[in-house]
Design a protein around this ligand. Structure first.
Ligand code: ES4
Ligand code: ZN
Length: 324
């Protein structure tokens, strides 16, 4: 089955590029930029990656991003991820970046997006991997800060397929960003949002009804509201589920408790994704293998995750047909 999983063509729809920063590259970039990290070695960094909830992870994740200074740093980060996609048989990927994590440190919006974008283009040319870029607003920051970020994105609209909403879900519900999402949609951008990761099912409803999202990122808490789960199945609203992330951040105690297979069996458009693979213990193949080991899905179910991701992706019908 591992061979089947390795060979299975995959589509990733939930990946924070800053969360793909491996400790080895973090140290390389720190040295190149003459800055220090809180860790004395790669092993020490890895052993600090133990989390008890989302916030305890976010604190370490934002700190890691401090080594990203130049356009080349963002390129190198993204290129390393594209090579990983190749190794994992990922045909297409739709990645997030968090501009505010960089602009709030004095790094220009353009520096970050240029480096990321050029690596994505090289990935398409040299590796045949197609991609899209989604800019996320940090929901623990203000609505005004999100509007300022959207303003900075305006010269780059042709490089962005959509906007998303990430960071601390508890205390920062979707309604806080209703107006900025409306403006993003008026600019022709699609919308997605993290909802129902740690927060209640009502955040999933609000992301749909107030932010008009095309996908829910995570969404696993929908099973606490069976009526909502039924509606998600009927509407085929995609959920970008991240199994290893959910275990590392204690959304579920263990993989055997994960609800992804139940949701699939109820007809929801669930997909498998890696979220922050450098911090959570693995990329796409690793997530599939972890699911396989704990839940023993059939080959048909594993393939359905890819079909769902193709259905949920923001690519042309022509590219979808090619991937199906
Ligand atoms: C994130 Cl796992 C997760 N949840 C919310 N925001 C995030 N940013 C990066 N990873
Ligand atoms: Zn995420």
């Amino acid at each position: 089955m591992e061979k089947f999983i390795r060979c299975l063509p995959k589509v990733e729809l939930h990946l924070h590029i800053e969360g793909s920063l491996e400790p080895e590259l973090m140290f390389e970039l720190a040295e190149r930029n003459g800055i220090s990290t809180p860790y004395s070695s790669v092993d020490e960094a890895r052993s600090a990656y133990h989390f008890h909830n989302l916030q305890s992870f976010l604190d370490i994740y934002y700190q890691g991003a401090n080594v990203l200074i130049t356009e080349r740093d963002f390129f190198d980060l993204t290129w390393a991820y594209m090579l990983r996609c190749k190794a994992d048989n990922v045909m297409h990927t739709e990645i997030f970046f968090d501009p505010q994590t960089h602009t709030d440190r004095g790094i220009a919006f353009d520096t970050a997006i240029n480096g990321i974008y050029h690596a994505l283009r090289q990935g398409e040319k040299e590796l045949g991997i197609t991609s899209q870029l989604i800019m996320c607003f940090l929901r623990h920051l203000s609505e005004d800060a999100a509007f300022e970020t959207l303003e900075k994105a305006k010269p780059h609209l042709n490089r962005l397929v959509g906007v998303g909403l990430d960071s601390s879900e508890l205390g920062h519900p979707p309604e806080k960003f209703q107006r900025v999402f409306a403006e993003a949609r008026a600019l022709g951008l699609k919308t997605v949002a993290h909802a129902g990761e740690e927060g209640p099912p009502s955040n999933i409803r609000d992301a749909i009804n107030l932010l008009h999202v095309s996908r829910i990122d995570h969404g696993v808490k929908c099973s606490e509201d069976p009526e909502l789960a039924k509606e998600l199945a009927i509407s085929r609203m995609p959920l970008t589920v991240c199994p290893l992330s959910n275990i590392k951040l204690r959304v579920f105690d263990k993989m055997a408790d994960h609800n992804i297979l139940n949701l699939l069996n109820q007809g929801l458009c669930v997909t498998v994704n890696s979220d922050d693979p450098a911090f959570f213990g693995g990329y796409m193949t690793d997530n599939f293998i972890a699911l396989n080991n704990a839940l023993s899905p059939s080959p048909q179910q594993l393939a359905q995750f890819t079909r769902n991701a193709i259905e949920a992706s923001f690519v042309s019908e022509e590219r979808k047909k090619e991937m199906m």
